[in-house]
Design a protein around this ligand. Structure first.
Ligand code: ASP
Length: 313
């Protein structure tokens, strides 16, 4: 017997309200992902397609719209996982690729590994002839570093006299925003999860967050469901949040209870701030955050995709 399919997607958790362009893009991405599920495609296809639309839009911090690290490079992270056989793939610190999520899927399907990093991940994507994006221009690099320093509250004189590394040490008002992710359940009852990001503001070159780490930023297991996280990776990693939520689902907790308990633990143990898409194997789901807002939505084919920037808190 086939099951009713469902897809959820997010565009990051943080303080800023969702823009009109983000709302439209998220609705389009959900509709495209759902259409695949409706036609009987596997959930992994729906998750990849949905995330590719968000990565290609330039209005989220992923793919084309990714933020730059403090040395002016755009290094991106992504991961994808399927719950039937617990297959997973991920890339970290990948450059010049338009769709890091597709590189992650290729790692899953074409290698015996789970995670490729840095220039080798970039070469891997080139080998598979994935669509490319141009490197940041000098002007973009300069604008990004001035913006980052201003956001950190550094004066012009401080900006001129301190190295980027010293500046990073000086202030640590790191901010996470506009990362993207999706989870889906297909007609066969297979769950899949994915996420893609350009990282956070004011990050040292080489910094990697939770997004490409299986069990931290994403998890999918047909015996539990699927989870995709967003928020400051440094906290999410330390609690392996996606796996902890999935374990609670497998133990019988509802998506709302599972995410509520784990976000509370994240806040009390490591002062963490995050948002989550949680989809249980039976189709119940929760979108929750302990940040002021979370841009996210869902669609099960009836009416129109629902997209908002505030959910259960
Ligand atoms: N989790 C991402 C990271 O830490 C950022 C985000 O979700 O906004 O790299």
């Amino acid at each position: 017997m086939t099951k009713p399919p469902l897809i959820l997607a997010h565009g990051g958790a943080g303080k800023s309200p969702m823009t009109k362009a983000q709302r439209a893009c998220l609705a389009e991405a959900l509709a495209s992902g759902y259409e695949l599920l409706r036609r009987g495609a596997p959930s992994i296809d729906a998750v990849e397609t949905t995330i590719k639309i968000l990565e290609g839009s330039g209005v989220f911090n992923a793919g084309v719209g990714s933020c730059l690290q403090l040395d002016g490079s755009k290094r991106m992270d992504a991961s994808i996982m399927e719950g039937r056989d617990l297959r997973a793939g991920a890339v970290a610190g990948i450059e010049l690729v338009r769709h890091p999520i597709s590189a992650a899927r290729l790692v899953m399907e074409e290698t015996a590994h789970v995670l490729l990093v840095g220039p080798s991940a970039t070469r891997f994507a080139r080998h598979w002839k994935l669509d490319r994006q141009s490197p940041p221009t000098r002007a973009q690099q300069k604008a990004a570093s001035v913006k980052a320093m201003k956001r950190a509250g550094l004066s012009g004189a401080q900006r001129r006299t301190l190295s980027v590394f010293a500046q990073m040490q000086t202030r640590s008002r790191r901010e996470a925003r506009d990362t993207v992710g999706a989870v889906a359940l297909d007609r066969d009852g297979t769950a899949a999860a994915g996420a893609s990001t350009g990282g956070i503001a004011l990050m040292l070159p080489g910094r990697v967050g939770d997004t490409p780490l299986i069990g931290c930023g994403v998890y999918a297991d047909n015996e539990a469901g699927a989870v995709s996280m967003t928020g400051l990776g440094e906290g999410i990693i330390r609690l392996a949040v996606a796996k902890e939520i999935a374990d609670r689902l497998a133990g019988g907790a509802s998506p709302v209870m599972a995410v509520r308990l784990v976000l509370a633990k994240l806040a009390t143990r490591v002062q963490g701030r995050a948002g989550a898409l949680v989809l249980a194997k039976d189709g119940r789901f929760a979108i929750a955050h302990n940040t002021a807002r979370m841009t996210a939505g869902y669609w099960n084919g009836s009416g129109k995709p629902v997209v908002k920037d505030k959910f259960e808190r």
